[in-house]
Structures are given as C-alpha cells and as structure tokens.
Design a protein around this ligand. Structure first.
Ligand code: ADP
Length: 214
C-alpha cells in the first residue's frame, strides 16, 4: 500500500465517492464529464492506496481513512527485516581497548559481545567504554565481560518483529539499538544476526516522507 499525494482530480473523486458511494466508475466519470477510460488510472491508484474500495457489481466506496491513518497502517506492517544493519561483534575475552578500536573502525555506537560459540552474552555502548576509561587500570587488561550489560538483561528483537515495536523498546529502555537474534541450534541462547538502531528508524522516516515503496 502506498501513501501518496493526491492530484486535484483524485481528491475530487474521493469527495464524490465519500458523498455518493457506493458509486460505479461510469457514474463518477459522468459527474466529472470525463470518460471511464480517463478515470481508470486514478481509480486504480486510489484503490491501491486504500482510499477507496471497489466491490464487483456494487461500485466504489470510501474506506473512511485519512492519509495519516493509511500511513500509520503502512508503518505498522514494516518489520525489522526491512531495516537492519550488519551486527558488529566482539568476543567476551576481548579487552576494553580492542572494543574501543573496533567501535572506531566500524563506526558504530553499540557492540554486541559473544562467547566462543557465537552466543550473545552482552552489549557494549559508548558510555560503557567511556566509563571504563575513567578508571586507573590499563584498558588492555580489562576484558569487556566485566563492564558489559549482560544476558539476561539484554533487550533483543527478531527479524519478523514490527519496527514500531522496536522503536517503542528503544524509547522505553532509553537505548540506541537492539541486536536482532535467532535461537541457536545447539542448547539455549541467541545468535546475533543483525542490528537495528535509531539510525535505521530515521531512514525509515525519510523513506516514508519520500513515499518510497517499502
Ligand atoms: P550510550 O550509553 O552510549 O548512550 P545506550 O543508551 O544505547 O548508549 O546504552 C545505555 C546503557 O544500556 C548501556 O549501559 C548499554 O550497555 C545498555 N544497553 C544498550 N543496548 C542495550 C540492549 N539492547 N539491551 C540492554 N541493555 C542495553
């Protein structure tokens, strides 16, 4: 479903259907003094975009939805799978120093920490690393496992989760991103398969504003 800016003629059609629906294509055309063929693309667009509904042998009727409602419906159908980034991962035995280097090299704000079996065990944010840097100890000698936020206190999501649910979690937990996980084949725990952050959600906003098909 697309959210679109309507042309004057399309607005007019919506108005006619709102007042007179159900109404056939011919009847709409008559009111506008146009041919049915001329209107066909407009009616197709309005139906696809969800403004109008068409029933065979009945005609067109207004769905009663505003552009904002349609936009809301569209957002509520977008899953994590559509907007995700590559996860950047460090081992739990890595030092804080190495984690800081990785954060700079990969240009990310959140790192995920895994054990040797690649199971998710922790999360490291910029502030976690800054806090550790305030101490007197050499950063090469502190393993990230000491300073990370650890399981089971990690908020995660799955590829089929709705983006809007992720956005709510980011706001409620006051965090920048979530690991996208799947259950591991062996034993218990999660494998990290992606990352979703405030940046991904910002690109979604831009796409919606540009009316791109998602
Ligand atoms: P920063 O602290 O750099 O502003 P965040 O707001 O993302 O970054 O992180 C705040 C705290 O929440 C940090 O201690 C971090 O380890 C933790 N954190 C970050 N992401 C998650 C997550 N998905 N689940 C649980 N805790 C997280």
């Amino acid at each position: 479903m697309e959210t679109i800016e309507l042309t004057n003629r399309q607005e007019h059609i919506v108005e006619i259907v709102k007042q007179n629906g159900p109404i056939t294509g011919e009847q709409i055309a008559e009111r506008l003094s146009l041919t049915r063929a001329t209107l066909r693309p407009d009616l197709a667009i309005l139906t696809m975009a969800g403004y109008l509904d068409a029933r065979p042998r009945v005609g067109y009727f207004y769905t009663g939805k505003t552009g904002t409602e349609l936009l809301g419906e569209k957002v509520k159908n977008i899953t994590v799978r559509h907007y995700q980034s590559r996860p950047i991962v460090v081992q739990e035995s890595s030092s804080v120093y190495d984690a800081i280097c990785t954060m700079f090299l990969e240009d990310v704000g959140t790192l995920f920490v895994t054990d040797k079996q690649t199971t998710l065990v922790g999360v490291l944010s910029r502030k976690d690393l800054l806090r550790a840097s305030l101490g007197k100890q050499a950063l090469e000698s502190i393993p990230v496992s000491i300073i990370m936020t650890r399981m089971p206190n990690i908020t995660v999501c799955k590829e089929d989760d709705l983006i809007i649910e992720v956005a709510k979690k980011l706001i409620n937990k006051q965090i920048d991103g979530l690991p996208i996980v799947q259950d591991v084949d062996y034993g218990s725990g999660y494998e990290v398969i992606g990352r979703i952050t405030k940046t991904n959600i910002t690109s979604l906003l831009v796409d919606l504003a540009n009316e791109e098909t998602i």
